[in-house]
Structures are given as structure tokens and as C-alpha cells.
Write a protein that binds this ligand. Structure first.
Ligand SMILES: Cc1cc2nc3c(=O)[nH]c(=O)nc-3n(C[C@H](O)[C@H](O)[C@H](O)COP(=O)(O)OP(=O)(O)OC[C@H]3O[C@@H](n4cnc5c(N)ncnc54)[C@H](O)[C@@H]3O)c2cc1C
Length: 416
């Protein structure tokens, strides 16, 4: 079924009886050419591009829960390509370009909203660092603009500019950045993949990876054994647990990241803002809720719930940035499990097991990467070669010492 304005009018006039489920609910087949483990954004995007761009017909996505139950449905929906390092910036800019045509490509309203992002700076040194970052972005074909205090006061008059401790001196704007409706992204990719014959199998947990003679043969699941020519693992916060089934120990720790949404308010924040003197970021959803978050919790965990010290820390960040937020009531908070890599950058690579591939290490920045990650992983699975924008995302870079240390914090996941 093709979605269009005419279709909406026709359904409105005929009692909305023609809408169909967005994807089928198929039984697993005995074997596929490609099995993708994990029905989050990255797994679904991989299946979509495998089918659409690389013409693969026998593809399955295995999801242990319901589609979108992981981080793809839990994030704060920010998309951007404001990275500094050569290993990262071309990849995230590729993703940004894919976001710009995503809705046409999937024929689904994922509410991509290029409302811009402003990273605030609070000192001369931070301004210089942002200027350098902006120049790196421009060199990679992205957009960037350094804003001074007067520009900012006109755009965001409610910020606490003259706070004695954290005065706001300006910001780095990426106007093409913004937000997208996170579960709408999962649904769009799922529907697009299903329409091209991909089997999306929910409530199907992978419990083992069958390897013979150093090559992958298939996966054990709660719905029986499924044979596979190639297996691509894209399970985000569960990466270490799933790869352990293949006898591998990853350079990844799992931590919880929490997010928060306030009661619905009238339109107030028309962009995404990040605080430069602490870890706090905020935007306003189309329903009116202020959506915000901060640091990961300080200890490793596979629980999808967070702790109170981080709630306090995030609230402090919000109050320092825009004290009026103290008058808004908090509606909900939740947590998701982050696959924190040692240098804060991702992994899209083959593994030492023939036919077994890994997509992981997204930390808390993987939503914006969804289109490029899916495309690059599909490219790797279909051709055996890394996509040109993802060549640095090697699994062995930690052993070789070739870290992509975007934050300059070293090999300490809790500092990224
Ligand atoms: C609170 C929060 C805020 C965030 N904010 C942002 C943001 O603003 N911008 C941004 O870019 N990123 C953000 N992120 C990060 C982003 O959401 C993740 O990096 C990204 O969604 C991870 O990829 P995914 O969508 O494939 O993961 P997931 O949706 O977690 O998909 C992995 C799937 O694998 C499944 N799975 C696990 N084990 C198995 C198994 N054994 N068998 C079968 N299936 C299995 C899980 O059930 C899950 O559905 C945020 C994350 C959180 C939690």
C-alpha cells in the first residue's frame, strides 16, 4: 500500500477500512541468506537497504521483544552531523543526507524536522574548539555557523546568559540538524523492508550462534534453529551478551542512559540546545513536552532503568541553563541500555568468525546514525567490503591503538 495525501482523503471518506498492518507477522523459514539479529533502528535499516539497495531477497530480522522496544523507541530523537574527526564526520554527514530523503525513500512520515542544533560555549577556549569543529564540518561538506552572544540572545532569550558560574558566550549552530520521530523511523524502515520481502520476526530471541569450522551456520532461537549464510548482529546494549555466544569478548561496556519529558507546554524551544558547561540537552516535541537528558549512569548495567543521582544531575543542568524549567512538571522518565565503546565511536566490521558481522558501540549517539549505519552494514554484508564512510570503524582498532577519540577522553566509556 502506497501512502499519499490522496490515500488519506480516500480512507477518510470510506470509514478508514482500507488501512492494513504495516508489516506481516511471518513464521521463521528454515534458512535465510542474511539473518539480522536485533529489530532496533540499525537492524531494520540494514534489512531495508539489503533488500532495496543491494537487491537481496532472503533476509530475516530476529527481534527478541517487540519491534522498537529497545533504544530506537527510547532516545531523545536528536539527529546531527557536528563531529570533528575524519573517521566520524563523513559518516555522520552521510547519515544526515540520508535523513533528508528518508521519508520519500521509505514512503513513511518519520517526522524528520530540521530545526537546528545549537551547542553553547561558555569560555574562549570552548569557542576556539567549536570554531575548529565547525571548520572540520564545513570541510566535510556539512553546514556550521558560529553564533555570538547577540545572535543567541535574540534567538533564545530565556537562557541564563549572565549566570556568574556558566556565562553563555555563544554557540555552534548546525541548521540542518534537528529531530525525527524515533518509533516512526523504526516503523518506516520495517514497513519498507517488509514490502520488499524481508521477514521481520518478533518475540524471537537469539540464544546461540552455531559455528562450524570457523564459519557461522545459523542461530539458535526461542523459535527454533534458523540457518544463515551470513549473520549480522545489531543489538546495541546487548552486544556483549550476544557476541559472547560466539566466544567473543568486546571492547564495550553497557550503561543506562535516562531521558525525561515534561508536561505539554505551548511552543517554546524551536531548536535543539546543548549546554556546554555540563551534560544537558533539550528540545521540544511536537506534542509540546520538553524532552531532555544528560549523562549515562555511572556503573555498568543491563537494566532498562536508571538511578536518582543522575536525575538530580540532569535537573541541575537544566536549572543552570534555563531556570524557568523548574516550573514545568516532569511527566515521565525512562532508561535504555547503551553499548559504550572504549573510544566513544562505533564498530561496523567483520569478525574473526567467517560470515559473522558486528554493528555496535553506538554509545548514546546511535539514533542519528541509523540510516548510515544500516546502509554501511548492508554494504558490508552484501559486498564483503566496508562502505567508504565507515572504514575507520574496525573492531581491531583498540588492539592496534587506532582509537577514534572524538571527545578526547581516552579509553573511558563513562567519560564519553
Ligand atoms: C535515553 C536515550 C536517549 C538517546 N538519545 C539519543 C539522541 O538524542 N540521538 C542519538 O543519536 N542517539 C540517542 N540515543 C542512542 C540511540 O538510541 C542508540 O544508539 C540506538 O538506538 C541503538 O541502535 P538500535 O536502534 O539498533 O538499538 P535498539 O533499538 O536497542 O535495538 C537492538 C535490539 O536488539 C534486540 N535484541 C537484544 N538481544 C537480542 C537477542 N538475543 N535476540 C534478538 N534480539 C535481541 C533488542 O530487543 C533491541 O530491540 C539515546 C538512547 C537512549 C536510551
Amino acid at each position: 500500500m502506497h501512502f499519499s495525501g490522496l490515500r488519506v482523503i480516500k480512507e477518510a471518506l470510506t470509514g478508514h477500512k482500507g488501512w492494513k498492518p504495516l508489516w506481516r507477522d511471518p513464521e521463521p523459514k528454515p534458512a535465510y541468506d542474511f539473518v539480522i539479529v536485533g529489530g532496533g533502528g540499525h537492524g531494520l535499516a540494514t534489512a531495508f537497504y539489503l533488500a532495496k539497495t543491494f537487491g537481496q531477497a532472503k533476509v530475516a530480522v530476529l527481534e527478541k521483544g517487540w519491534l522498537g522496544s529497545g533504544n530506537i523507541g527510547r532516545n531523545t530523537t536528536i539527529i546531527r552531523s557536528n563531529y570533528l574527526l575524519p573517521g566520524n564526520e563523513p559518516f555522520y554527514e552521510f547519515s544526515m543526507k540520508l535523513w533528508e530523503t528518508l521519508e520519500q525513500e521509505t514512503n513513511f512520515n518519520s517526522m524528520v524536522s530540521q530545526r537546528g542544533i545549537i551547542n553553547l560555549y561558555h569560555s574562549d577556549a570552548q569557542r576556539d574548539a567549536y570554531r575548529r569543529r565547525g571548520n572540520a564540518m564545513l570541510l566535510a561538506g556539512a553546514d556550521a555557523q558560529l553564533l555570538g552572544p547577540e545572535d543567541l540572545r535574540a534567538r533564545l532569550p530565556y537562557l541564563n546568559f549572565d549566570n556568574a558560574r556558566f556565562p553563555i558566550k555563544g554557540g555552534l549552530l548546525q541548521a540542518r540538524a534537528g529531530t525525527a520521530r524515533h518509533d516512526g523511523v523504526a516503523w518506516g524502515y520495517a514497513r519498507g523492508a517488509d514490502m520488499r520481502g524481508v521477514d521481520i520476526i518478533q518475540n524471537c530471541e537469539v540464544t546461540g550462534i552455531r559455528i562450524e569450522g570457523g564459519a557461522v551456520k545459523g542461530v539458535e532461537t526461542t523459535r527454533g534453529y534458523i540457518g544463515a549464510g551470513k549473520v549480522g548482529v545489531a543489538v546495541a546494549g546487548s552486544s556483549s551478551r550476544v557476541m559472547q555466544m560466539a566466544g567473543m569478548r568486546l571492547p564495550i561496556e553497557s550503561h543506562v542512559l535516562q531521558a525525561f519529558v515534561s508536561e505539554g507546554l505551548k511552543p517554546l524551544i524551536d531548536t535543539v540546545i546543548t549546554f556546554g558547561a555540563g551534560h544537558f540537552y533539550i528540545s521540544q516535541s511536537d506534542k509540546g513536552g520538553l524532552v531532555f537528558g544528560g549523562d549515562i549512569d555511572g556503573y555498568n548495567s543491563y537494566a532498562q532503568r536508571g538511578n536518582l543521582p543522575v536525575v538530580e544531575d540532569v535537573a541541575e543542568g537544566g536549572m543552570a541553563l534555563m531556570p524557568m524549567i523548574g516550573r514545568a512538571r516532569l511527566l515521565r522518565s525512562w532508561g535504555g541500555i547503551m553499548d559504550m565503546s572504549m573510544d566513544g565511536s562505533p564498530i561496523i566490521d567483520a569478525t574473526p568468525v567467517d560470515g559473522l558481522y558486528l554493528n555496535a558501540g553506538w554509545c548514546y549517539g546511535g539514533f542519528k546514525a541509523t540510516p548510515a549505519s544500516g546502509y554501511a552494514f548492508a554494504h558490508l554484508l552484501a559486498t564483503g567490503r566496508s562502505h567508504e564512510t565507515a572504514t575507520a570503524y574496525r573492531l581491531d582498532r583498540f588492539a592496534r591503538g587506532h582509537l577514534i577519540d572524538e571527545k578526547g577522553a581516552g579509553a573511558q566509556p563513562n567519560l564519553h
